[in-house]
Design a protein around this ligand. Structure first.
Ligand SMILES: O=C(CO)[C@H](O)[C@H](O)COP(=O)(O)O
Length: 369
């Protein structure tokens, strides 16, 4: 049985091999590129974040420093717009809910672009590739460029590339077409995914499911057609293939698949494989650091120039806080004001608003940018 020690780094889970079997050490020991090592940046980022949080919260409140999350005031919003050059937006719950654009979002994005802000759209939903999301943005009438989109499907492929996933190994996908499309773009062989959607297991006496011994990683993303065959296949690969990695695009508990209610998220799919393997996954989506390092590098931004806008405390806001970013919570998604302000919640954004459209208020008065 595979034996990986797990260490938590910057909100992400990174597996480090503690196996006694030398053959298993070939590629399960995750070697992170220097730029990706979050430790020094995290310490500096945390200090900057603390300082920034105090100043922005004080501005947002219009009074002295406060530890309680503050509803953003006009003054607070202006202070953030003055300070920040790049906004990273979560998608589901901030830009759209299901397939409906949230009121006022197009106008707010136009306003921010007009101010010269860099906009980046980050989603933990792995069902689509970046190209798939570009189509979604376009079909919703939102003018977004391909290079402004980061999906957790892309993060999974980029992560495997970053650790030099061996060319002769394959990925077993529990997930949808988004992960497959991104793996294809990186030239990484894969199996599973939609092709296994209709597979059924007949548990007749002596039944044994054969699995592919060349699978070196199992990637688990949101999968509306998850079934027992896929769970068993992922389990066999992780438990029986030496060094096989377990990668999760995200572990979100719930998601807004429809406007009407919250639906079980990828956390439920990851949980099934975690349960059968007793292994912790390497998480590549929010709140892991991987995408943030990539975005900051790509646009040449310092973290204090970036504001993370999200609707979820344990992914979006934690992602921003771990990374030393300014953080803004929108109540247009999964988090209610009551949950945010509850004494049980310890993840506090710098400020919060009903929705992104609340930023339009700054249009009423000229803002120096
Ligand atoms: O994949 C998911 C389902 O588990 C996510 O919960 C969800 O869709 C997250 O999207 P976003 O990061 O845009 O809020």
């Amino acid at each position: 049985m595979v034996n990986c020690a797990v260490t938590r780094a910057s909100g992400s889970l990174v597996s480090s091999r503690a196996s006694t079997a030398p053959a298993r050490q070939q590629y399960c020991g995750v070697t992170r590129p220097a730029a990706w090592n979050p430790a020094p940046a995290r310490e500096a980022g945390a200090a900057a974040s603390r300082q920034l949080r105090m100043s922005v919260a004080a501005q947002a409140a219009g009074n002295g420093a406060s530890t309680k999350p503050q509803r953003a005031t006009a003054e607070g919003k202006k202070a953030i717009l003055d300070k920040v050059d790049c906004f990273i937006f979560d998608c589901d719950g901030v830009i759209w809910r299901g397939d409906s654009v949230i009121d006022g979002v197009p106008e707010t994005l136009d306003m921010l672009r007009g101010m010269g802000k860099q906009l980046v759209f980050v989603t933990n939903n792995s069902t689509k590739s970046r190209a798939g999301y570009l189509n979604k943005f376009t079909s919703l009438g939102l003018n977004v460029a391909a290079e402004e989109i980061y999906s957790s499907s892309y993060a999974a492929a980029a992560y495997l590339e970053s650790i030099q996933f061996p060319k002769d190994k394959k990925v077993y996908v529990v997930g949808e077409v988004g992960i497959q499309e991104e793996l294809d773009l990186k030239g990484i062989s894969h199996l599973g995914g939609p092709a296994d959607a209709d597979k059924r297991v007949e548990l007749t006496p002596g039944m044994l499911l054969e699995h592919d011994h060349d699978v070196g990683a199992v990637v688990v993303g949101f999968d509306r057609n998850i079934n027992y065959y896929k769970i068993q296949m992922a389990t066999l690969c992780i438990r029986e293939n030496p060094g096989c990695m377990f990668i999760a695009t995200n572990t979100d508990a719930v998601t807004h698949l429809t406007d009407a209610q919250e639906w079980a998220g990828n956390g439920s799919m990851v949980g099934a494989i975690r349960g059968s393997t007793k292994r912790e996954p390497t998480v590549v989506g929010k709140p892991a650091e991987f995408m943030l390092a990539n975005i900051a590098d790509k646009f040449g931004l310092r973290r204090e120039q970036i504001c993370m806008v999200g609707d979820r405390l344990d992914t979006d806001i934690l992602f921003g806080k771990n990374g030393g970013l300014t953080t803004m919570l929108c109540l247009s998604g999964v988090t209610t004001e009551e949950q945010l302000l509850s004494p049980e919640n310890s993840i506090h954004p710098d400020c919060y608003m009903d929705s992104l459209a609340a930023l339009l208020e700054v249009k009423k008065e000229p803002v120096a940018v």
